[in-house]
Design a protein around this ligand. Structure first.
Ligand SMILES: *[C@@H]1O[C@H](CO)[C@@H](O)[C@H](O)[C@H]1NC(C)=O
Ligand SMILES: *[C@@H]1O[C@H](CO)[C@@H](O)[C@H](O)[C@H]1NC(C)=O
Ligand SMILES: *[C@@H]1O[C@H](CO)[C@@H](O)[C@H](O)[C@H]1NC(C)=O
Ligand SMILES: *[C@@H]1O[C@H](CO)[C@@H](O)[C@H](O)[C@H]1NC(C)=O
Ligand SMILES: *[C@@H]1O[C@H](CO)[C@@H](O)[C@H](O)[C@H]1NC(C)=O
Ligand SMILES: [Ca+2]
Length: 527
């Protein structure tokens, strides 16, 4: 606990200070008014707001009860894990509790009974909110740190995952990656994903318990070793592409790939000393509010920014209704020291009343027409006020004019349609024979083959004759002895030679019969 307090106090300067107010009431020559600033919430202990999931099912020890021992005391396997006994259970929530001094509480996995099958476990932390890390992630292992593990992160609530850092006692062997240290990174590589050997080697399980994801060391590349030059850090976060996102997460996953081995090889005769035990996961960060809020509250099970600057959304990621006269922008750390709020503006308030419904930030005066018009309308809009949809798009009837989704692509089938424009309900103009809103279907009596073509044959009016079969409405497959589009023509009629050779060419009874029929027909025709 004391350690934790020291830890928090030590790091407070990074967590607080700049950008902590969103607006203030100031008096200017024109009288008092609000002045707005870029602002962000304070850093918090994020483990208090997390939901956790441990995979695979059955990886948590104690069901059924099981004995284990430690690397320090490998032959005294008298410790017990029993999920049904609160004193001996090690559920996942013990990674996030507040520990009484000196008494570690921890989640623990089953032992490596199934060796040499790998002992794998995933610990997934989800916030359902984007978070910007402001300090190191610190994972505390009891009974030794894993010899191989990796950290993954998600930025989209767990839909996609990306490697964040690799950890191994031998990076080359485990991941075919050279071992690197964050301290050795440079300004251009501050967001590199690397493999480190610093947290995986055996040093006694009591001595080295922590595995870190070093946020401070990466910040120090810009802010100096004591993190005093925050101006430079904020400038770089604002300008270096991808740097801010590198420190932003919605979810974290620890993939534990091989437990501590006690500094030697796996001893098959005693597998009860191999397992994972995690007593704490410290994640320090702030809600990402796009510099539009300085408060973030826990409501209905999720963190939520208290948006200012007339923005709204969980991350203040859009403009409030009726405040969309220009498109939404994140606030900016620049210029120092107060940044730019980039607030949303009420419709009609900016640019001399040129309303662009939030699809453009610029207006231009056209001299000879004496009109003000929006420039470079976004979101597939066009027009003086960005009030129309571009050609090839149509109006989304369930969206307001200032909605980003206001224009929907027509998506006309290139072959089936005349052009890629559509009417107000999204219907394309079809070529002959094609139908459907997008012209990707055929009318009855037409078949699709790089466009719609009239049926050659079917089961109703255009029947194949003389026992022929209709192949995909495209052609009749005629029995021997017949030809023509509908097999309506006897080959004998066209060329007598065809009739003579027929029976001998075929062996199956049916074709033989057809052959006979053919001969008879020929005879009939001859009459
Ligand atoms: C852990 O998660 C990864 C994806 O990030 C998945 O491929 C793997 O199968 C999971 N392992 C376990 C043991 O659930
Ligand atoms: C995630 O947060 C959003 C916005 O606060 C909320 O609507 C949603 O129900 C949350 N989802 C879960 C799974 O908690
Ligand atoms: C937001 O809108 C209110 C009016 O509802 C206005 O008083 C306030 O100044 C606006 N804030 C910003 C940052 O534009
Ligand atoms: C139409 O707009 C609504 C409201 O923004 C949106 O949810 C929906 O996805 C849009 N439809 C399409 C097809 O883009
Ligand atoms: C668009 O075209 C479809 C099909 O031709 C038609 O049913 C619909 O009424 C048209 N919508 C409008 C608004 O013209
Ligand atoms: Ca604990």
């Amino acid at each position: 606990m004391l350690y934790l307090l020291a830890f928090l106090l030590h790091y407070l300067p990074v967590a607080m200070g700049q950008y902590d107010i969103c607006k203030s009431w100031v008096t200017t020559d024109d009288g008092p008014s609000w002045e707005f600033y870029a602002c962000q919430p304070k850093a918090m202990r994020m483990k208090d707001y997390v939901t956790v999931r441990v995979d695979p099912a059955g990886i948590t020890c104690g069901d059924p009860p099981e004995r284990f021992c430690t690397h320090e005391n490998p032959y005294l396997c008298s410790d017990e894990c029993d999920a049904s006994n609160p004193d001996l259970a090690h559920p996942p929530k013990l990674m996030f509790d507040n520990e009484d001094e000196g008494l570690a509480t921890y989640w623990q996995s089953v032992t490596w009974r199934r060796y040499p099958e790998p002992l794998l476990a995933n610990i997934t932390l989800s916030w359902n909110k984007s978070i910007e890390l402001t300090d190191d992630i610190v994972i505390t292992f009891e009974y030794g740190r894993p010899t191989i593990m990796m950290l993954e992160k998600s930025l989209d609530n767990g839909r996609t995952w990306h490697p964040y850092q690799y950890y191994a006692d031998d990076c080359m062997e485990a991941f075919s990656m050279p071992a690197r240290r964050v301290r050795d990174l440079s300004t251009t590589s501050a967001n590199r994903v690397l493999c480190t050997e610093e947290y995986s080697r055996w040093a006694g399980s009591k001595k080295e318990k922590n595995v870190r994801f070093e946020v401070r060391d990466r910040f120090a590349i810009f802010a100096g070793p004591d993190l005093k030059n925050t101006d430079n850090l904020y400038t770089r976060l604002e300008s270096a592409k991808g740097l801010k996102d590198f420190f932003t997460i919605t979810d974290l996953r620890m993939r534990l790939l091989r437990p501590a081995l006690g500094g030697t090889y796996v001893q098959r005769e005693n597998l009860y000393k191999y397992f994972y035990a995690v007593s704490n996961i410290e994640v320090t960060g702030r809600c990402k509010c796009n510099l539009h809020a300085n408060l973030c509250t826990f409501k209905e099970g999720s963190l939520q920014c208290e948006c200012e600057h007339n923005t709204t959304g969980q991350d203040c990621g859009k403009c409030k209704k009726n405040f969309r006269s220009r498109s939404w922008r994140a606030g900016s750390y620049l210029p120092l020291p107060n940044g730019s709020p980039n607030a949303c503006a009420a419709a009609g308030s900016a640019f001399g009343n040129c309303e662009c419904y939030g699809h453009s930030n610029r207006c231009s005066y056209i001299d000879f027409l004496n009109v003000v018009t929006c420039v470079s309308c976004k979101h597939n809009t066009r027009g003086q006020h960005c009030q129309h949809c571009r050609l090839g798009f149509y109006r989304n009837s369930s969206a307001e004019l200032d909605d980003e989704n206001v224009c929907i692509e027509c998506n006309c089938n290139q072959i089936g349609s005349m052009h890629d424009r559509c009417n107000e309900t999204g219907y394309c103009e079809c070529r002959e024979g094609a139908t459907g809103p997008k012209c990707d279907d055929c009318l009855p009596n037409y078949y699709w083959r790089q466009g719609c073509f009239p049926n050659v044959c079917d089961d109703e009016l255009l029947l194949c004759q003389n026992g022929g079969t209709c192949y995909q409405n495209q052609r009749c497959i005629c029995p021997v002895g017949f030809k023509g589009i509908l097999c309506e023509q006897s080959r004998c009629e066209a060329d007598k030679k065809d009739c003579d050779g027929v029976p001998s060419l075929h062996s199956s009874l049916s074709t033989l019969l057809l052959g006979v029929l053919t001969l008879q027909l020929c005879g009939w025709v001859d009459l």
